[in-house]
Design a protein around this ligand. Structure first.
Ligand code: SF4
Length: 329
């Protein structure tokens, strides 16, 4: 953590989200919790299908089709975002306090319009953006901030004339247009090669430090978490199973799923391991602990009781019967 803070800037409390499907109700998020402290970068990590992106989009008020929040709160600056009207969410949150960097820089732009036209349109839709000079001067300064070569010339070019890394820089500039306090980044480096990925991570870290930004960074890669983040939440099957400072979790991972995720990473030195099986369906989640069908530490009670979240070390929470109290399923 880079600065002391009195409390979280953004807090997700016991958030549950369901989607009505033709086969029944899918519980995509199940009592998820997360705290983003001011000036920190918080990673959200887990396999595909664990609900990471859904959690992030819920903060923006973007729910899956036929989805609804069934319980919980998303608190930003003392306000529960779930209580705000769509118009206020759009004006003050999505276009103001929170900037969003999407996953795929290849899909984010319309190929038939110049980049400048698209960025100016995005920029003018931001209520807090500085519109002097029609926004053009401000966009050029943002393109300089994201270290895009030839920022003036870039506005007249089409998306296909940029590399993937350059397009990701354009998206980062768009996310910064409203001078947000928080950036939500949804796997923004997944589609990039390793060298470009490193450059983008370095850029994001630099921008966060220069501008005092807080960032929520979704990834499936613990290596990215180790490079970029101060704190992390590990998600499994819609639940937040462990959270805490990155250095602490890398040194002493507690939840069996966190330990297995880390063992999948080549940088950990030991022989690479995998996690047998796959993430359970939210339509028919296992009883008790959702991880029990894959967990090598599972005991008889794990299929019968829902583990409660407990604090095991300073700021390190874990949800597993090996570490404390549990509740009847
Ligand atoms: Fe494994 Fe049981 Fe802990 Fe779940 S509660 S992670 S099954 S030991």
């Amino acid at each position: 953590m880079r600065q002391n803070a009195p409390g979280p800037l953004l807090e997700i409390r016991n958030l549950s989200l369901s989607v009505d499907t033709d086969e029944g109700q899918a519980r995509i998020l199940d009592s998820a919790n997360l705290a983003l402290m001011p000036g920190s970068i918080h990673g959200v990590v887990g396999e595909s299908g664990c609900g990471k992106s859904t959690l992030m989009r819920a903060v923006l008020g973007i729910l899956p089709k036929r989805g609804r929040v069934t319980e919980g709160k998303i608190v930003l600056g003392g306000r529960d975002l779930l209580s705000l009207s769509p118009a206020i969410l759009q004006r003050e949150v999505r276009g103001g306090q929170i900037g969003f960097i999407p996953q795929d820089p290849y899909q984010a732009f319309n190929p038939v319009f110049r980049v400048g036209t698209q960025l100016l349109e995005t920029f003018r839709a931001r209520p807090r953006a500085d519109r002097r000079d029609g926004g053009r001067a401000n966009i050029i300064s943002l393109l300089k901030a994201v270290q895009l070569p030839d920022p003036e010339g870039a506005l007249d070019r089409y998306p296909h004339q940029f590399s993937g890394g350059q397009r990701q820089r354009l998206l980062i500039a768009a996310a910064l247009a409203s001078s947000p306090a928080i950036i939500l980044a949804d796997e923004p480096t997944t589609a990039l090669d390793v060298t470009t990925q490193l450059q983008i991570l370095k850029l994001l870290r630099g921008l966060a430090e220069e501008r005092g930004l807080s960032m929520l960074f979704v990834t499936h890669d613990f290596g990215v978490v180790a490079q970029l983040c101060d704190t992390v939440t590990v998600m499994y099957a819609g639940q937040t199973v462990e959270s805490g400072p990155v250095s602490q979790i890398l040194a002493t991972p507690l939840h069996p799923y966190t330990r297995m995720l880390l063992a999948c990473h080549p940088d950990r030195g030991a022989a690479l391991a995998g996690i047998p099986g796959s993430v359970s369906s939210p339509l028919r989640p296992p009883s008790g602990c959702r991880f029990h069908p894959r967990c090598p530490s599972a005991k008889g009670e794990c299929s019968k009781v829902i583990p409660r979240r407990t604090e095991q070390a300073e700021n390190q929470d874990v949800q597993c019967v090996l570490y404390g109290a549990e509740a009847a399923a």
